[in-house]
Design a protein around this ligand. Sequence first.
Ligand code: SF4
Length: 286
Amino acid sequence: MAVCDVCFRKCELAEGNTGACNARIGRGGTVVPLFYGKLSSLALDPIEKKPLARFHPGSRILSAGSLGCSLKCPFCQNHEIAQADDGRRFHVPTEQIMPEELVEIAERYRNRGNIGIAFTYNEPLVGYEYVRDTARLAHEKGLLCVLVTNGTAGTRVYEEIAPYIDAMNIDLKGFTDRYYRDVLKGDRGMVMEFIRNAVRNCHVELTTLVVPGENDSPEEMLELSGWVAGLTGVFGGKTGRDIPLHISRFFPRYRMTDREPTDVDTVYSLVEIAGRNLRYVYPGNC
Ligand code: SF4
């Protein structure tokens, strides 16, 4: 039995068994990624779409996604590529693009405003080996690398990728253990530790999706933004107050269709509240 140490679940995997993320498999007494180089999505996106508001604004970035996720958010907007069906299978086509080839494509797009490669769409860290290998090569070619992640990974994984990542958008999906544990099937403590590490190493922006009745109270947003403001040792000589926060509107999707989209006034009110602690707070999906 091999144990995966990528996320808090620490899945114990017998030969041929896949973990809860459906993206890692027990093989030869160890745990390996199931979809190395298998891309489900590839697009040249505006950097603001990641979202990153304060990292090379106006540029574009080659954005690559694969399959699988370490969380089980019932409202997942990308569930076709992030969440397998009940038989633990994905039903989207993938294309095999190894690190060298992805870096070549990124270089070809430089003349269309491309600054590098973003690992995004599904949860990239369930296949962190591909992120690490590709980002290392991309750096050698002078390209920038961006990670869009739910922050659900341990310190070993973080340290493997950190040297090659220039900016991250990390989800901080709420600020209660209940919400992370019961609704997202995640671990808030692991995400907070990931954020603490990341802000010291590169440009970091955070995203909170506001779900009605779950994480939309003024008190929770005050607490969340206050914690961010108190982060220390921030990259670039900045303070926690300089970390941008994106507060996004929820739309009913996937398995959470029992409630209305977040009221726009609620989003703007939470932006105002977070703005008491942070300098840069942006509404999203409004
Ligand atoms: S990354 Fe996947 S296999 Fe590894 S512990 Fe997390 S859910 Fe389990």
